[in-house]
Ligand binder design. Structure first.
Ligand SMILES: Nc1ncnc2c1ncn2[C@@H]1O[C@H](COP(=O)(O)OP(=O)(O)O)[C@@H](O)[C@H]1O
Ligand SMILES: [Mg+2]
Length: 390
């Protein structure tokens, strides 16, 4: 089955409404920012956004990769500047009002050489003066301290309902599906939230291949697979309800009172969303069971985070992992994020300054501030084995 070209924004509302991202980037360009660092695993989607932005602002657009060199997107001319230093030199020769999207450049920044850093800094001075914008696009943030104040970081969020509806529309069009009940369509879009554009497109196409129509449960199944890939989060199927729990009446009562807290009516009334629940107890006392029943009470998907896997060997990897987890949880929201064995994941954050250069303290701090500030309806249920001590 032919798939719609993802580099072309889908035909529906997403083409009409500029996304939040493109509005922000447009403002950066208008304000004369010299360089951005866009963090996203969705190269095609970012390329499509930049094509639309460059067209609106009447800027010329250039893509660079180590394999292709520098390509003028409109004129289709190629400059074989495959080396990153040559690429930066080539930027100087571009006309004013140019945007250059550097695709593999971040890989040279994880262990940068001083010549490349100097060249990049000089190029950023040049782009500032000549109304050009340098954009480093990478799926992870590798920013040496020397560049922290030179580049502005833009984190591309995973596609929202508007974009996903567009992707679904494209698949339905190419599969010849004329109509779909609004309820099924919305369930499919909800099931696809948390996926990248390509993953959502694949899940919709698979659903058509398996059932000849859009079946939300297949998309949910594919999402459970896709989310598992980074090894940090998994979607847990919940069969338990509050009735499965014996005792714990106070907790059950607390949960039932907040049952509708994420509903639109509750939001309109101004009720605060529950932020989280910390469950502490010795093994075998129903902590995991309660986490599952909590998701059932709120009738939302249960995401299980393996906090121990948050920590990565490379500098900055743990922080990047936490950002990925938060992005996924927010894209799937409303959801319940279950952090099993919390004390293992966030252990030692107090002595972190002397043991791991402050990484666990920073990650724990970022997590707490997300819980405090978050506006998306993701509630957290955390679990701690160690008995509570005053
Ligand atoms: N209050 C309870 N009501 C019903 N079953 C319980 C309760 N507490 C524990 N269990 C059962 O005991 C087992 C272990 O519970 P679990 O939730 O995994 O414990 P924990 O996560 O606290 O170590 C599970 O099979 C669970 O169903
Ligand atoms: Mg447990």
């Amino acid at each position: 089955m032919p798939k719609p070209n993802p580099s072309k924004p889908p035909s529906s509302d997403s083409a009409v409404l500029p996304s939040e991202m493109s509005a922000a980037i447009t403002h950066y360009i208008r304000a004369g920012y010299p360089g951005l660092y866009v963090v996203s695993a969705e190269e095609l989607r970012v390329e499509a956004e930049f094509k639309a932005i460059a067209q609106t602002l009447n800027y010329s657009l250039h893509f660079w990769s180590v394999v292709d060199g520098l390509i003028d997107v409109k004129a289709k001319t190629v400059n074989n500047a495959n080396d990153p230093l040559e690429a930066l030199e080539a930027v100087k020769n571009l006309p004013e009002k140019s945007v250059v999207l550097l695709k593999d450049f971040h890989l040279f920044l994880s262990d940068p050489n001083p010549i490349l850093l100097r060249k990049l800094k000089d190029t950023l001075l040049h782009t500032k003066l000549k109304q050009k914008l340098l954009v480093i696009l990478g799926c992870r943030l590798c920013l040496p301290p020397e560049l922290e104040h030179e580049l502005t970081i833009v984190e591309f969020k995973l596609p929202g309902p508007v974009e996903l509806r567009g992707v679904l529309g494209g698949i339905m069009e190419s599969a010849g599906i004329k109509s779909l009940e609004i309820e099924t369509r919305e369930k499919a879009v909800e099931a696809a939230s948390g996926l990248t554009t390509i993953e959502a497109e694949n899940a919709f196409a698979l659903s058509v291949a398996e059932t000849r129509t859009i079946t939300p449960s297949i998309i949910a199944r594919e999402k459970a697979q896709a989310v598992k890939k980074n090894g940090l989060i998994e979607i847990v199927e919940v069969r338990e309800t509050l009735n499965s729990i014996g005792g714990l009446d106070l907790l059950k009562d607390w949960l039932l009172r907040r049952k509708d807290a994420f509903s639109q009516r509750a939001q309109a009334y101004g009720l605060p969303s529950p932020k989280g629940l910390l469950i502490i107890g010795i093994p075998g006392t129903g902590k995991s069971l309660t986490a599952k029943a909590t998701a059932a009470v709120f009738n939302v998907p249960l995401l299980k985070l393996d906090a121990g896997k948050l920590y990565g060997g490379i500098v900055g990897q743990s922080e990047a992992n936490l950002r990925a987890v938060i992005n996924t949880a927010e894209a799937i929201a409303p959801c319940c994020l279950w952090i099993d064995e919390l004390e293992k994941g966030f252990a030692g954050s107090k002595s972190s300054g002397t043991t791991d250069g402050g990484t666990s303290a920073r990650v724990f701090g970022s997590f707490l501030s997300w819980m405090q500030e978050k506006t998306k309806p993701a509630t957290t249920g955390e679990e701690q084995r160690r008995p509570y001590r005053c």
